[in-house]
Design a protein around this ligand. Structure first.
Ligand code: NAD
Length: 327
């Protein structure tokens, strides 16, 4: 099959080339959107990532170009207009899991860095400043952690935090019996929020979860608590989070994902004037840590993404059952 592979980075090419034996992949550096969809002309399938735009117009155009398959090389598919794909008979596949450890461990990295301020200590010591002033952290042991979404990633995150001696509370539409047996307590969101020192988001973005963290729910959180988001940016109403940071209601914010990230992430803007005032305001807080959607970014995850995406494409090509079909 000929595949238009959008938003290609050097690491995508490296891991896909190492794994690909049969497909004709056309690597395209640009993001998929209404302006770039025409580049898929002559291909049978497209391969897209988290910030590619697969709205109604783009999908209708893909259908016009005779694209039969959208192979998402990620777990989330909130950026795909599934209804339009269904209407046009385009199959959508994804990689439902690729090293959930990578994301859960990155959530821990955000917590550890925000808490113990290792990023500040690193810079200080390199400049010959060995002072400890303002580097005080807190013991994670004995703290209460709230996990919203206890699927593949959230479950591992619960294990990690229990391993550190934390009390773990959870909110999900389905309780995981294994976690309950390990002592994780499921509670309604309104009961969980006021009890937690740290809250970590691991649910998908949907109409039910969009802005699940908003002015009201931020107000229910414990004064000065820590919020971590490695899931999807729009789970948090960013402007409400900024207000909560300004009053001190929110004590720390660690995000690997951001509501408007598709215009910024995965690109070097260091020589440009960034026009997004919301992220610039976020960056001005000393207690905010932002990484650019790198939670998945481990060797193991990149290998699994390449393997599963190529096997999804092969299964589609040969008419086999599609284990990772979205629609
Ligand atoms: P999963 O499907 O295994 O788990 C999601 C959990 O959320 C499930 O237990 C589900 O019941 C729960 N859930 C669904 N709707 C809910 C709601 N309304 N309220 C509460 N809980 C709800 O998914 P996963 O593999 O654990 O991934 C979780 C999310 O992590 C993905 O949706 C994706 O957005 C994000 N992710 C981010 C990165 C990254 O690099 N930052 C990488 C992979 C995945």
């Amino acid at each position: 099959m000929q595949i238009a592979f959008y938003s290609t980075k050097s690491y995508d090419k490296q891991y896909f080339d190492a794994c690909n034996k049969e497909q004709n992949i056309i690597y395209i550096e640009t993001q998929l959107n209404e302006q770039t969809v025409a580049l898929a002309e002559g291909c049978d399938a497209i391969c897209a990532f988290v910030n590619d735009v697969l709205n109604k117009k783009v999908i209708a155009e893909l259908a016009r170009l005779n694209i039969k398959l959208i192979a998402m090389r990620c777990a989330g598919y909130n950026n795909v207009d599934l209804e339009e794909a269904r209407k046009n008979g385009i199959t959508v596949v994804r990689v439902p899991a690729y090293s959930p450890y990578a994301v859960a461990e990155h959530a821990l990295a955000l917590i550890m860095t925000l808490n113990r301020k290792t990023h500040k200590a690193y810079n200080r010591v390199r400049e010959g400043n060995f002072s400890l002033e303002k580097l005080t952290g807190f013991d994670l042991y004995g703290k209460t952690v709230g996990v919203i979404g206890t699927g593949k990633i959230g479950q591992i995150f619960c294990d990690i935090m229990q391993g550190l001696g934390c009390r773990v509370l959870a909110f999900d539409i389905i309780a995981n019996k294994e976690l309950v047996a390990k002592g994780v307590e499921y509670l309604p969101l309104v009961d969980l929020l006021p009890q937690c020192d740290i809250i970590s988001l691991h649910c998908p973005l949907s109409e039910q979860t969009r802005h699940i963290i908003n002015e009201e729910t931020l107000g229910m959180m414990k004064l000065g608590s820590m919020l971590i988001n490695t899931s999807r940016g729009a789970l948090i109403d960013t402007k409400a989070a900024i207000e909560a940071l300004k009053t001190g209601q929110l004590g720390y914010l660690g995000i690997d994902v951001y509501e408007q990230e598709e215009k910024l992430f995965f690109t070097d803007w260091s020589e440009a004037v960034i026009q997004d005032d919301v992220i610039m305001r976020l960056m001005s807080f000393p207690n905010v840590l932002i990484t650019a959607h790198q939670a998945f970014f481990t060797e193991e995850a990149l290998e699994q993404i390449a393997e599963v995406t190529l096997s999804n494409i092969k299964a589609f090509e040969t008419g086999k059952e599609l284990a990772n079909k979205v629609i």
